[in-house]
Ligand binder design. Structure first.
Ligand SMILES: [Zn+2]
Length: 188
């Protein structure tokens, strides 16, 4: 099954990021928006932070990658890797469905689970990483081919960074938000 991994950025608050996965990116984006006003969800770290920082207007959601996964365990592992890699701050609950019997500290439990997996199955893990890299490259190439036209239009889409007082291509916003020049402008 195809799983898509995405990242949520708060455009004016680059310190907040969230990594998620879905089988339907378009639908998931809409769901996130809806959850901002869902009384049962507004206390989740993600929605609380968004609501306290400019709401939906401040949200940028971008697809990171997608791939074929035949079991959820691999999806959680990949999510965990992306959370670590992007130093995601709003993933209050880390991949949670690996094992229902985890302790009072799910964060610690999952970190340990992931480490154990790496230690106990080094060959499997390395093989998987290698396979993933190849697969990701192939998917990326294929995706770009399939979305060429749409991407060309998207490339021309501009957004404003009020902090730096410049206009820039929307697709470059993630990088911009992490750039030295932008960070320098945030600091007093
Ligand atoms: Zn900026």
């Amino acid at each position: 099954m195809k799983y898509e991994f995405y990242k949520i950025n708060l455009m004016k608050n680059p310190e907040y990021t969230y990594i998620g996965y879905t089988t339907n990116f378009t639908k998931r984006k809409y769901q996130h928006k809806k959850n901002l006003t869902d009384i049962s969800k507004i206390n989740f770290p993600l929605y609380k932070t968004i609501n306290e920082n400019g709401g939906w207007e401040n949200v940028y959601i971008g697809l990171l990658e997608y791939g074929e996964y035949d079991n959820l365990k691999d999806v959680y592992i990949r999510e965990r890797e992306l959370i670590d890699f992007h130093k995601s701050t709003l993933n209050g609950h880390l991949p949670s469905k690996i094992d229902i019997n985890y302790s009072d500290n799910p964060k610690e439990y999952k970190a340990k689970w992931f480490q154990d997996y790496k230690n106990n199955n080094p060959d499997e893990y390395n093989e998987k990483v290698k396979k993933d890299n190849v697969m990701r490259k192939e998917y990326k190439a294929k995706w770009h081919q399939e979305n060429k036209e749409r991407l060309n239009i998207k490339r021309k889409e501009l957004v404003r960074c009020d902090i730096c007082n410049i206009e820039l291509a929307k697709y470059s916003l993630w990088h911009h938000n992490k750039s030295k020049s932008h960070i320098k402008n945030i600091l007093p």
